[in-house]
Design a protein around this ligand. Structure first.
Ligand SMILES: NC(=O)C1=CN([C@@H]2O[C@H](COP(=O)(O)OP(=O)(O)OC[C@H]3O[C@@H](n4cnc5c(N)ncnc54)[C@H](OP(=O)(O)O)[C@@H]3O)[C@@H](O)[C@H]2O)C=CC1
Ligand SMILES: CC(=O)C(=O)O
Ligand SMILES: [Mg+2]
Length: 415
């Protein structure tokens, strides 16, 4: 990052108050009567109600609009294991986005647990406070067992954003990019670099949407994942492909799609040049993409390119997912986030990019025009239509897939 941008980022985080989020009351607390209601003796009444019926917590507390964003700091963006405290700026950032885009309140919780089971226990012990748990920046493969065990133990949505949020946005963006390139998902040859949280969840969702496993190659830091590798964990082994390709350069030759959720600057212009005609390159590592758009665009004019960043066209980033998926899930008191809810979000997002872009979005990005095409495959994060379209699709899918404990909300558009 350039020096002035570095300083601007540090200033943004430190001034006028350190950090990015605060807690504010939602009720007046100005008079003796207010105090008597908010605190003793009034507070005893909702306590009695909740003790009788836990569902009453959704009526008398902020549980139904409060999400815990939790990390142990083991895979912070693409910066690796930097410890739980260093994940706090990212978690505060997620909190800002939850509030800004979906009016959901967040407590960011950085857990310094000595091992996996104490991390899981800590999350489970604090879960009653929240309507949902968003796990963030927890390294693979531990993240898979952590999420699985917490989902089994808790009756609120437990959602590892780097897995499922990322997978939803990648799938939505890819469906549109392939449409523009005149290609179809089941026929596309896909190279996916990064076999961690984001990569493996993306493989799974792409296959659920129709991508063909035998046309996909998954790679990690050691190269192509094939059955002859002795070092594969069980999660990677599921996607091992019989092939004579071994390196990223081998895999990229003739590929229709490259998806990177790995590390910065690991793809060369020569690799992009070797891809099939009309390729799609999603270089999504943060903060530095696998290849910068200017380098990729210099070698291909027929390319559709996306990154995870806000400063290039086509931002494929889970910010387009987690606020709205949780909004829909919270509004129907979902007990979990089902596959159907993820698929509902994919299609709603992909569809929205085809619609005319409102003037306020153009203003927010300083653009004169923007329409569905190679530089606009997915809605912009500052698009106010997202909150109107994604949560209803998610809520409807929650009701249909049997994980909703409340009905489809009356204030949502008719299904
Ligand atoms: N745009 C977006 O919305 C999102 C982007 N991301 C980005 O994706 C990346 C991965 O995140 P996440 O899945 O959570 O992390 P994980 O730690 O779970 O997985 C990282 C994966 O990348 C591989 N990898 C690391 N370094 C290299 C390298 N030099 N060459 C090839 N492969 C490499 C690792 O290989 P190995 O298994 O061998 O260690 C591992 O498979 C990060 O940069 C993150 O910022 C993540 C979520 C959302
Ligand atoms: C965007 C995000 O969650 C990540 O890069 O980890
Ligand atoms: Mg993340």
């Amino acid at each position: 990052m350039k020096n002035e941008m570095k300083q601007a980022a540090l200033d943004y985080h430190s001034k006028p108050a350190p950090g990015k989020i605060a807690v504010v009351p939602t009720k007046p607390c100005e008079t003796q009567q207010d105090l008597s209601l908010a605190y003793s003796p009034g507070v005893a009444e909702p306590v009695r109600e909740i003790a009788k019926d836990p569902e009453a917590a959704y009526r008398y507390t902020n549980k139904g609009n409060l999400v815990a964003v939790i990390s142990n700091g083991t895979a912070i963006l693409g910066l690796g294991n930097r410890g739980s405290l260093a994940s706090k700026p990212v978690l505060e950032g997620k909190a800002v986005l939850f509030k800004r885009f979906a009016n959901i309140d967040v407590f960011d919780i950085e857990i310094d647990a000595p091992d996996r089971d104490s991390f899981i226990d800590t999350v489970a012990y604090i879960a009653p406070t929240f309507g949902g748990i968003n796990l963030e920046d927890i390294a693979a493969p531990e993240c898979f067992a952590i999420e699985e065990m917490l989902r089994a133990r808790l009756d609120i949505p437990v959602f590892h954003d780097d897995q499922h949020g990322t997978a939803v946005i990648i799938c939505a963006g890819l469906l549109n990019a392939l449409e523009l390139q005149g290609k179809k998902l089941p026929e596309a040859r896909i190279v996916l670099l990064g076999a961690g949280a984001a990569g493996l969840a993306t493989m799974q969702l792409l296959i659920a949407l129709g991508a063909k496993r035998e046309r996909m190659l998954l790679l990690d830091s050691q190269g192509v994942i094939h059955p002859g590798r002795p070092d594969l964990n069980i999660y990677k082994r599921r996607y091992a492909q019989v092939t004579d390709k071994r390196t990223l350069a081998d895999a990229m030759q003739g590929a229709d799609v490259f998806i990177g959720v790995s590390a910065g600057n690991v793809v060369s212009p020569e690799m992009v040049a070797s891809m099939a005609p009309r390729p799609v390159v999603f270089a999504l590592a943060n903060p530095d993409p696998e290849i910068r758009p200017e380098l990729a665009n210099a070698v291909r004019r027929d390319l559709i390119m996306a990154t995870g960043r806000s400063d290039y066209p086509n931002q494929v980033n889970n910010v387009l997912g987690f606020p709205y998926i949780f909004r829909g899930a919270l509004d129907v008191h979902a007990s979990s986030v089902s596959r159907a809810m993820l698929v509902g979000a994919v299609h709603a997002l992909a569809r929205l990019a085809h619609d005319p872009v409102p003037a306020e979005v153009l203003r927010a990005y300083g653009l004169e025009r923007l329409e569905f095409g190679p530089e606009y495959i997915i809605p912009k994060p500052l698009d106010p239509r997202l909150i109107k379209t994604i949560p209803p699709a998610v809520a409807r899918a929650a009701v249909d897939s049997g994980v909703a404990r409340a009905g489809y909300p009356a204030h949502y558009p008719a299904p």
